[in-house]
Ligand binder design. Sequence first.
Ligand code: ADP
Ligand code: ASP
Ligand code: MG
Length: 864
Amino acid sequence: MPVSSPVDRWIVLKFGGTSVSRRHRWDTIGKLAKKRAEETGSRVLVVVSALSGVTNELTAIADGAADSRARVAALVERHQAFLDELELPRAVLGERLAALQALLDDARAAARTLDWQAEVLGQGELLSSSIGAAYLHQNGLDMGWMDARQWLDALPPLPNQSPWSQRLSVNCQWKSDEAWAQRFRAQPTRLLITQGFIARHADGGTAILGRGGSDTSAAYFGALLGASRVEIWTDVPGMFSANPKDVPDARLLTRLDYYEAQEIATTGAKVLHPRSIKPCRDAGVPMAILDTERPELPGTSIDGSAAPVPGVKAISRRNGIVLVSMEGIGMWQQVGFLADVFGLFKKHGLSVDLIGSAETNVTVSLDPSENLVNTDVLAALSADLSQICKVKIIVPCAAITLVGRGMRSLLHKLSDVWATFGRERVHMISQSSNDLNLTFVIDETDADGLLPILHAELIDSGAMPVEETAVFGPRWREIAGTVRPRGTPWWRGQRAHLLQLAEAGTPRYVYHLPTVRARARALAAITPIDQRYYAIKANSHPAILETLEAEGFGLECVSHGELKHVFNVLPGLSPRRVLFTPSFCPREEFEAAFALGVTVTVDNVEALQRWPDLFRNRELWLRVDLGRGEGHHAKVRTGGKESKFGLPMARVDEFVRAATELGTTIVGLHAHLGSGVETAQHWRLMCDELAGFARRIGTVQTIDIGGGMPIPYSEEDEPFDLEAWAEGLAEVKAVHPAFRLAIEPGRYLVAESGVLLTRCTQVVEKEGVRRVGLDAGMNTLIRPALYDAWHDIENLSRQGGYAEAAFDVVGPICESSDVFGKRRKLPASTAPDDVMVVADAGAYGYVMASTYNQRAMPREDILE
Ligand code: ADP
Ligand code: ASP
Ligand code: MG
């Protein structure tokens, strides 16, 4: 397609490593380039990265890896194989691959001069762009190939810029220049392809834009051409509220302004190179981040006109941070001290990122992406600094940053975030003066696994306003299609019936027995499990006990009261099917349990020592603490030093000795680390550990892995992966076939079977917060107040076709914690007397209800 008139409208499309490594993605690139040209009548410049992983290999070669020749050979093979896959002749890369090989024998190779390193690094993009041009040409697209080094010029070195960054981390000239533009316009084809990452050095050699720098190349071209848009095509459909690979619940950020995008990129979101935003911002070129594998998704738009939305937009992490802590007596006030210190950083070509200071200490961080921070440089810096102060280098650290507008006004919402960091050793906290970020520096190892927790806390506290649909889009796991849907709850099909029940008085709990049976049968189908008990503390309604007993479940009780209740409801029940697992109970309860003939579990040595006559010649189960707790909230974790439950492992031998002296045998071993644990692997590991102890004890027949399986309370929760759980148990069972395996779930069996029906009493607006008051409160259902638990809440009286509004849903109790949910979406027309349903209230609902404030107990109904 030669250009007849010199069209001067441009779109720049940049494709990253994964986007250029597969044949079908090149088909997409071709289609997109053509489509953009047709839709907008523009010319299109395609900027590409090297095939994925290639720059890493070239970096190793440039760094002088001992096996450089083998690495080059593998690179040659990889590119040739890709040519074969694309059905292109190998001659397409003949000269380029020869040039790559020749670099190893270049005169500069031995000294690894920086200009030689730059040439090595640049080969990846030269290869990928040549492949792309040939493939698209073969498919009928006239795509002109350009050497980016003829178009992008590295800026002259800044004062004090290190030789390394003058060659391998350069900035380029990108202010508009008519002569340049004219020369560009004169290119003969309408579609053009070039390399990211490389530019021309002032000495005529190759310069490199820094790792991830292809984004910046695209931005430079966008600014120089005054393009209508720069699109960054990658392997995720946009910038997210956290790295989606680490945080599956991260939300797509659909629209950002340049400043927030800049901050998110600078603080670690690798999806966009931090230096790529300024050129586009200054030239007024909008940017978009899009997914080559899912080109139909809208992605993230970054421009200057996005309306500012206050709140945290993202949490990012940077690794490899080096902290330099400088200690000196009374120096802070000393004239010129900091100038001397920073003079030394300047001398070693190091740019400082974060700064923290105290009376006698100044600590700064060095970001490895902006600096060459190797051991030689650090040793030289330390030697110089130690002349004026005491130096400590702390590595490797991670910087975790919250980014968003108005961080200062959000501090009150960050209490959970502070508490989470409080459990780690925080080396430095820094708040940016532009009020856009708050950074915590901790040891790299401590940062592992922290981001999903912090992300959830930011949402729960309202600091990250995910309900703002102008900014926040879907979760990564919804987009990636890995969400297992929750399924429709039973009560959706029973609306009329529930409304009718509500007429008889609210608040009332309603339990759906078919749901209880369905859960019971799902567990019964898991063959590695030999014995199943229902933990009746979750819900002791007689109909539920009868149902589960009929489904083959034994019953697990934690008090004499529960034992009496069980035998009242089921007088014929064999005591062999009943467990008694008390915590700090009085002697009388043990006596009663032994008299009933049920299986008794003990979790401390002191009980045996105090009441030897009571425990003599018995068969007992022992509850141990495996040293850690897990679960949905601190208050439901039942393991570890903080927890009152279980015998610590270090005292197991002592317990066995005490039991043996009494002629008592330990026939069961039990652990339960917490409730609402989401990883299916947890039980497998626990079972394995228990089996190890059981072998040591020698008399154990049954291993009881407790309960704790979660249910999906909120739309964001996935149903528990029962299959993975069963598989894990089958694996351990195969390793330890000698033991019978027991479980004792509560919540899992009954939570989803129950709803709480309650009526709206008042709707009140106070200073911008709308509240719906209910006739049920924390006395009726205490989980939200006690554990910050989520329960879905719906207005049963008004269904379908309504406008939504956000309400805080509260009860009638005189306590400020009497809140069922904040910022809940309900029909805007919600009004007094509407019947509301609080979902998944079948477990720990009625059983924990009270008459606090002299309010009546709720009622209960059973649906067959
Ligand atoms: P490309 O090779 O296309 O340039 P990169 O690997 O440089 O792609 O950048 C894309 C990656 O950035 C994603 O795969 C993702 O793991 C990572 N990433 C880190 N933080 C974020 C974030 N906040 N949003 C989106 N992606 C992120
Ligand atoms: N290929 C280069 C790198 O991996 C540049 C880029 O992909 O953005 O760092
Ligand atoms: Mg990249």
